[in-house]
Design a binder for this molecule. Structure first.
Ligand code: FES
Ligand code: FES
Length: 159
């Protein structure tokens, strides 16, 4: 086994991994970060999205050893434990989560994108989320929720 040291949601952790372990499995099994979900396991669905050094990645496509020394952010870091992030509130308001399996990846991808492009159009958001698949919602409610969050954010920032 190899010890991988990383910052997980702002806290230093050491994960004991095998050379071939994916970051997804290391986070879930060794790190207890079960909020990171496994979907396809082969880089197609985006369910396992985390931020690695601030960039979204499919954690099933990254070897755990590649994350040594890195910062990893999961959906858990979006808001304090007993609170919801405004985008999570918007998902609730718009019934944008059904089974909820895709939701952590959706939330991370959408918040990351809106940090960089706060006025993203619906089409740009659809494109940004093209790597995050949802089997339940048909995407309309998800995009409605993200647009509502975008608009609320713009208003809070002075328009
Ligand atoms: S589980 Fe990683 S992309 Fe589907
Ligand atoms: S809500 Fe079920 S996969 Fe998206």
């Amino acid at each position: 086994m190899i010890v991988v040291a990383l910052q997980l949601n702002g806290r230093p952790v050491e994960l004991s991994v095998a050379p071939g372990d994916t970051l997804l499995d290391a986070l879930r099994v060794a790190g207890g970060a079960t909020e990171v979900k496994r979907g396809c396991g082969e880089g197609v669905c985006g369910t396992c999205t985390v931020l690695l050094d601030g960039e979204p990645v499919s954690s099933c496509l990254v070897f755990a050893v590649q994350a040594d020394g890195a910062t990893v952010t999961t959906v858990r870091a979006l808001a304090p434990a007993d609170e919801l992030h405004p985008l999570q509130e918007a998902f609730l308001d718009h019934a944008a989560a059904q089974c909820g399996f895709c939701t952590p990846g959706m939330l991370l991808t959408a918040t990351w994108h809106l940090e960089r492009n706060p006025a993203a159009t619906r089409e740009e958001l659809r494109e940004a989320l093209s790597g995050n698949l949802c089997r339940c919602t048909g995407y309309t409610a998800i995009l409605d929720a993200i647009e509502a969050y975008r608009d609320g954010r713009a208003e809070a920032n002075g328009g």
